[in-house]
Write a protein that binds this ligand. Structure first.
Ligand code: DWN
Ligand code: ZN
Length: 417
């Protein structure tokens, strides 16, 4: 294996990436691979790793990784993740589209731009409704799928440059939307610079992301991997927006991905701020979210999960049980590599994504096979790495349990279903 060198990681910040305040290091998840770089066996020798460490800015409370993998290495043309594999997410984003349409995109010519539009899961609904739109995403494969679904796509990173070009060709955007992408962009100045270049005077920048309070409450430590440069919360988003001349005017909790938040940002002073923002900031203060000590407890809990999981898998192996993984998620990279789980404990992971099948998981090198083969024959135990889709997967695979199979979950603690 090779270490990412200085060209690939941006180095340990001595100061907050956004406000310049002091960053206190609080969590070390060790040597980790690029979480969506699924490999062919001949690529193992060139696999790159980085140190996954998290710190918190004691000034603006922004939780951030210390070493950041270059975005070109993570969001390559063949980036395999597809949002539309989940029925729940398809419903969620159709709802998002309808809400934006009825509340913000009310003019006949209003433009919506999505940052990180993936396979068009959200824009598809707005395209069908005849709304002017553009998806911006650097990943060609996902973009092609979106385009086939009738979504207008620009294969590109979103930043000041691309945003200014879009403004020239398409005019200003009434809404800039993004889901699970803003936390993936280390240079938040380039994001807000792009929003500044593209948004109308009274437009909104709406984005969803995993919520730090839920990550801490449920010890979902596997939400920490290379792509999640930031673990966002209401207070930190409010501070970040202010640094760039914007204001967080609303925040709304969401159930997806184990607990998320929808942030609505406007130009400073352009729109009234709801009472919900300050209320949530107060709740975060009470939870100690801005306090480095909170992460010490989190680190201790995740260590217990890791040890319990390895102990259970080892015990099952000794008992001659057949164990398989389900869902070759990005999150599974953190779990397998942090806990040292390889093919000896989990010989295969089943997944519905064709782009991942026939490849090996990053770092742990567990083969990924089609989810259609899960039944052939059923394992005795299935370790559910896609726990955020538990309801829909357990329902679809109900025959597994009917025949005596058991699901292993590891958040908020190791348990069987
Ligand atoms: O933020 C991110 C989120 C939104 O998506 C990205 N950084 C990357 C990605 O994270 P992830 O890989 O952890 O996402 P999921 O949604 O937990 O991935 C689910 C995986 O499980 C996919 O590979 C598809 C697979 N799957 C399956 O095999 N059967 C999913 C469903 C719903 C199924 O029924
Ligand atoms: Zn800061």
């Amino acid at each position: 294996w090779i270490e990412l060198n200085d060209n690939d990681v941006s180095g340990e910040p001595t100061a907050c990436r956004v406000c310049g305040g002091p960053v206190r290091r609080c969590l070390d998840l060790g040597r980790q691979p690029v979480s969506n770089a699924f490999l062919l066996p001949e690529q193992i020798a060139d696999e790159a790793f980085f140190r996954l460490e998290v710190g918190i800015c004691t000034r603006c409370t922004l939780v951030q990784q210390l070493d950041v993998v270059a975005h070109e290495r993570m969001f390559r043309p063949d980036y395999p993740y597809r949002s539309s594999t989940s029925a729940r997410l398809r419903r969620h984003f159709a709802d998002v589209a309808r809400t934006l349409h009825t509340t913000e995109l009310t003019g006949p010519d209003d433009l919506v731009v999505e940052v990180g539009s993936n396979d068009g899961i959200m824009l598809r609904t707005l395209s069908d409704a005849g709304v002017r739109h553009l998806g911006v995403d650097p990943c060609v494969g996902a973009g092609d799928t979106a385009a086939q679904g009738g979504v207008r796509i620009r294969i590109d990173y979103f930043n000041e440059r691309s945003a200014a070009e879009i403004r020239r060709t398409d005019g200003p955007a009434k809404v800039i939307f993004s889901a699970n992408t803003i936390s993936h962009i280390a240079d938040l100045g380039s994001v807000f610079g792009g929003v500044d270049a593209l948004l109308t005077a009274d437009g909104v920048f709406v984005f969803e992301d995993r919520y730090l309070a839920d990550i801490i409450a449920h010890t979902t430590f596997d939400q920490i991997y290379d792509e999640h440069v930031y673990l966002l919360a209401v207070r930190s988003v409010s501070e970040v927006a202010a640094v760039f001349g914007f204001e967080l005017i609303d925040a709304q909790r969401l159930g997806v991905h184990g607990g998320s938040m929808r942030y609505t940002v406007a130009r400073a002073g352009a729109r009234p701020r709801t009472a919900r923002v300050d209320q949530l900031i107060g709740e975060e203060r009470a939870l100690g979210l801005g306090d480095p000590a909170t992460f010490a407890g989190f680190g201790a809990r995740l260590d217990v999960i890791g040890k319990d999981l390895v102990a259970l898998l080892t015990e099952l192996r000794s008992a001659g049980m057949r164990v398989a993984g389900y869902g070759a998620t990005s999150k599974s990279a953190t779990v397998t590599n942090y806990c040292g789980i390889g093919t000896d404990l989990v010989p295969v992971i089943y997944d519905t994504t064709p782009e991942k099948q026939g490849r090996l998981t990053p770092g742990a090198h567990i083969p990924v096979e089609s989810a259609a083969r899960f039944t052939d024959p059923y394992p005795d135990y299935a370790l559910l790495f896609a726990w955020n889709h538990a309801e829909e997967i357990i329902e679809r695979e109900r025959e597994f349990r009917d025949r005596g199979g058991r699901w292993i979950l590891y958040v908020p603690d190791v348990h069987l279903l």
